[in-house]
Ligand binder design. Structure first.
Ligand SMILES: *Cc1c(COP(=O)(O)O)cnc(C)c1O
Length: 371
């Protein structure tokens, strides 16, 4: 059987940048705590995305959690959250004892629908914060979402875990809101093996997030704590991998774009196939190439045919308002997210794929229409 083709797997640089930084950490015994790789990674990521400050954390989920704390979200507060996302966007709302209100997608972006968001503001005027997600590296309609958050004077958190390298009208996603969140989990466009980053132009809030992330230790020789703390900091070894990966981010985006264009060229003529949306304000990172199917061939047919050939693919995220754990919370929308889930499929988008791999995938998929 041919080697497995993955949806999106870790891809270290050919140049070995990651090992150089990791080696430096070993050579200087800055394994932990913190160290120059952590500082360097924060500085370099801030520069890359155009944010004043960043805190390197143990995961993207931890970054969302601390963003919610920084936004003052606590017991019984409502937080607007897209329903079409990975559960890691919503879980930290529960950690804070707050209540998510799930917001539907629109077909134009697959992301938070500004109309549904406006309706939610009218229904829940007390809302404390909004989390917006840039799914699969496609940016949400930020002009409208930012305007609404300003109008209702509510904190905006951007979950940009999937959109490192995505620009909206020339500005990096994750820098429109009060807080932005990135992830370096194993399947993301670049990975540190695991980790996350919280960014903001508010340097005091980032300093506070670092404080919370290191067990909220007050300035004192003895261990003193005036606030609840967390163990959320990134290690210096991990940060070294992240720094090396950041150097190849542009290459990874370029490759992901080629993968998407290849699929689009080869598959978009097939009956019932429609690719994820393109908007002229959006320069996506094309993290996962995704499409919807509304003809006789269903997503499951594609996933099964590919799996038989040892090729990984996935449905689009199952909406949060349909999840057993989250279904008791409120939902605002017209169920476009349910349609995207029903009809959507994410194609293998691994940056290590060769042209032959891509041709294999396309041949298997096209074959389904010939039967
Ligand atoms: C991966 C991901 C996260 C969580 O990031 P981790 O680093 O794995 O904690 C959050 N939100 C979205 C949309 C993601 O895809």
């Amino acid at each position: 059987m041919a080697d497995r083709i993955f949806l999106s797997s870790p891809h270290m640089s050919d140049e070995g940048y990651e090992m150089e930084y990791v080696k430096e950490a070993f050579d200087t015994n800055w394994i932990a705590p913190l160290g120059e790789n952590v500082n360097g990674f924060e500085r370099e990521l801030s520069e890359k995305v155009g944010s004043k400050a960043a805190a390197a954390l143990s995961s993207g989920t931890a970054a969302i959690h601390l963003a919610l704390r920084a936004a003052g979200v606590s017991d019984n507060d409502q937080v607007f959250c897209p329903t079409l996302t990975f559960s890691a966007t919503a879980n930290p709302i529960i950690y804070q004892n707050a209540k998510p209100v799930f917001i539907d997608s629109d077909y134009e972006t697959w992301n938070m629908c500004p109309k549904a968001l406006e309706k939610a503001f009218q229904l829940y005027p007390e809302v404390k914060a909004v989390i917006v997600v840039h799914l699969y590296g496609l940016s949400a309609d930020m002009d409208k979402i930012v305007e609404l958050c300003k109008k209702y004077n509510v904190v905006l958190i951007e979950d940009a875990a999937e959109s490192l390298g995505t620009y909206y009208n020339g500005k990096h996603t994750g820098t429109f809101g009060d807080y932005g969140v990135f992830s370096f989990n194993g399947n993301k466009i670049i990975t540190s093996s695991g980790g996350g980053m919280l960014v903001s132009n508010n340097e005091d809030k980032i300093a506070k997030a670092r404080f919370w992330a290191t067990q909220s230790r007050d300035q004192a020789r003895h261990y003193q704590h005036s606030e609840l703390g967390f163990n959320y900091r990134m290690s210096n070894v991990i940060a070294g991998i992240g720094r090396g990966q950041l150097k190849v981010l542009n290459q990874r985006v370029e490759k992901k774009r080629c993968i998407f264009e290849f699929y689009k060229r080869e598959l978009s003529e097939l009956e019932g196939v429609e690719f994820m949306p393109s908007n002229d304000w959006d320069a996506p990172n094309y993290w996962l190439s995704s499409m919807t199917l509304t003809g006789k061939i269903r997503p499951i047919d594609i996933m099964e045919a590919l799996e038989k050939e040892n090729i990984e693919s996935r449905p689009v995220w199952k909406p949060m308002h349909m999840q057993p754990f989250f279904e008791k919370y409120d939902f605002v929308g017209t169920c476009i997210s349910e349609k995207l889930f029903e009809n959507g499929v994410c194609l293998p988008s691994d940056t290590k794929m060769t042209t032959e791999d891509l041709e294999r995938v396309v041949k298997i998929i096209k074959g389904l229409w010939l039967k």
